[in-house]
Design a protein around this ligand. Structure first.
Ligand code: NAD
Length: 466
């Protein structure tokens, strides 16, 4: 079985730490690779390499950096199927779904790095007395990107684009559960040595990386629990962190919508990637006027997500145990299972597309992130009640509203969340700008905010020369 290596300063090399773990295919429960679990020594060397490579990378003209990054994105797009197969082996995502998301992520990466061409890295504003102020936005230096396992390649590309285009270098730490696609992604890269370094491992690599005082920014995507630790560490160093964390996203289904079409859209929002999307629909508030046909259609739609190529396994046994615990808790507190809800015979960490009714906020499935293919449906007596319950969560990542009423569409913005979709889910282009609310994270990103985060402005005030 292959033992994975780190990429430090452009050289693939064995990990120095003693610890290793198996990467397990969640569809078969078989080990597919041996992965280093992380060591401070490897992290230190990777940061050394990122620090050493940064001045020359930043000194390149922006257009050169953008051109090189764009070439990498084209290579990634050409290898999307191969990368998706690696994701499938390490975390179970069906290859067709993975290929589509990686193709989309490569395009989004190109759009994000192209933003650098218009970004005001330097601008001069004339003063009233003949003087001027020049604002220079310099890269931060060496930065860290820490990503989860649920969309390994897209999450990595999403974080890397603006950081690199702005002239920073990066130490990348993928999830210990999904290192295969990260290794392949960097094998496909043709950038100067040290511009992107790869350190494999779990928190044994992540914690020393965020503790290194040479790291100017940590872009962290993952759980609330780990995000708090990363944020505290960066805050202690007075360094920046962007924290994109978990969610418990609500969807409101208003009176007057087409129940069957909306149910099909909600089924996709709840079951795609086996519910393991940070913005999966995890709480469904349906207006009483459409509740009955909507639930019937949702139960039928769940049947269109058979285990296998459509509904992959959960990432591991631990994640499936969370899903089982949430469904069991809901049933014990009075919920009804309308579809799914039973762990199938092995092998593989599969769990069926599940619809629950009779749920309320006394249940884990309506309050804590489930991260599984579970659609819990609560009936509300008015759109206003749906809005209130949607907003009453400690999370605030995204929210979705289906309505035919323009006033209700306008009211959707009252839900505290980084992104609000109306009559669509996952829409939006490179112009999207957001900051998660509540426990779902902090730090605005997307669009220009990603470049603002990746740079530090200095103002040079010039008095008229005598
Ligand atoms: P996780 O927090 O367990 O791990 C995420 C990454 O952080 C991994 O690489 C892990 O090794 C690393 N890590 C763990 N502890 C660390 C520490 N103390 N210091 C530094 N690094 C540490 O999360 P996960 O289970 O891999 O991913 C699932 C979570 O990610 C869910 O909560 C999901 O909602 C969230 N997520 C959020 C977004 C978003 O954009 N907001 C996107 C995808 C996933």
């Amino acid at each position: 079985m292959k033992t994975l290596q780190n990429l430090i300063g452009g050289v693939w090399q064995d990990a120095r730490g003693a610890g290793f773990h198996d990467v397990v295919n969640p569809a078969t429960e078989e080990a597919v690779a041996r992965c280093p679990s992380g060591s401070p020594e490897d992290v230190r060397l990777a940061v050394d390499a990122a620090v050493a490579a940064q001045p020359a990378w930043a000194a390149l003209p922006v257009a050169d950096r953008v051109a090189r990054l764009t070439r990498w994105a084209d290579t990634v797009a050409a290898h999307a199927g191969e990368l998706a197969e690696a994701e499938c082996r390490e975390m179970g995502k069906p290859v067709a779904l993975g290929t589509a998301f990686i193709g989309g992520a490569a395009q989004a990466f190109k759009a994000a790095v192209a933003e650098a061409l218009d970004y005001p890295f330097e601008e001069t504003i004339a003063g009233p007395d003949g003087g001027s102020t020049t604002i220079v936005r310099n890269p931060l230096g060496a930065t860290a990107v820490i990503v989860p396992w649920n969309f390994p390649v897209p999450m990595t590309l999403g974080a890397l684009g603006p950081l690199l285009a702005a002239g920073n270098t990066v130490v990348l730490k993928p999830s210990e559960r999904s290192p295969l696609s990260a290794v392949r992604l960097l094998e496909l890269m043709d950038l100067p040595p040290g511009v992107v370094n790869l350190v494999l491992g779990d928190s044994r690599a992540g914690a020393p990386l965020t503790a290194d005082e040479r790291i100017g920014l940590v872009h962290f995507t993952g759980s609330v629990e780990a995000g708090r630790k990363v944020g505290a560490q960066s805050g202690g160093l007075l360094h920046r962190s962007i924290l994109e964390l978990g969610g418990k996203d609500p969807v409101i289904v208003d009176a007057g919508v087409d129940p069957a079409a909306t149910a099909a859209a909600v089924a996709f929002g709840a079951f795609a990637n086996t519910g393991q999307i940070c913005t999966s629909m995890e709480r469904i508030y349906v207006h009483q006027d459409v509740a009955e046909p909507f639930v019937a259609a949702l139960v039928e739609a769940a049947g269109a997500y058979p285990a296998g190529d459509v509904l992959g396994p959960l990432v591991d046994r631990r994640q499936r145990d969370v899903v089982v615990r949430h469904v069991t808790d809901a049933v014990e507190r009075g919920a009804t299972v309308r579809a799914g809800g039973v762990v199938p015979e092995g092998p593989g960490f599969y769990y069926p597309a599940t619809v629950l009714t009779g749920v309320d906020e006394s249940m884990l499935v309506m309050t804590e992130e489930t991260f599984g293919p579970v659609a819990p449906v609560a009936v509300v007596s008015s759109f206003e009640e749906g809005l209130e319950r949607a907003g009453a969560s400690r999370y605030g990542l995204a929210a979705t509203v289906y309505t035919t009423d323009p006033a209700h569409a306008a009211a959707a913005r009252r839900i505290p969340a980084g992104v609000v979709w109306v009559n669509q889910w996952q829409g939006g282009g490179p112009e999207r700008l957001y900051e998660p609310a509540g426990d779902s994270g902090m730090g605005a990103t997307g669009a220009r905010a990603a470049y603002d985060a990746a740079t530090r402005p200095t103002s040079i005030h010039l008095a008229p020369l005598a």
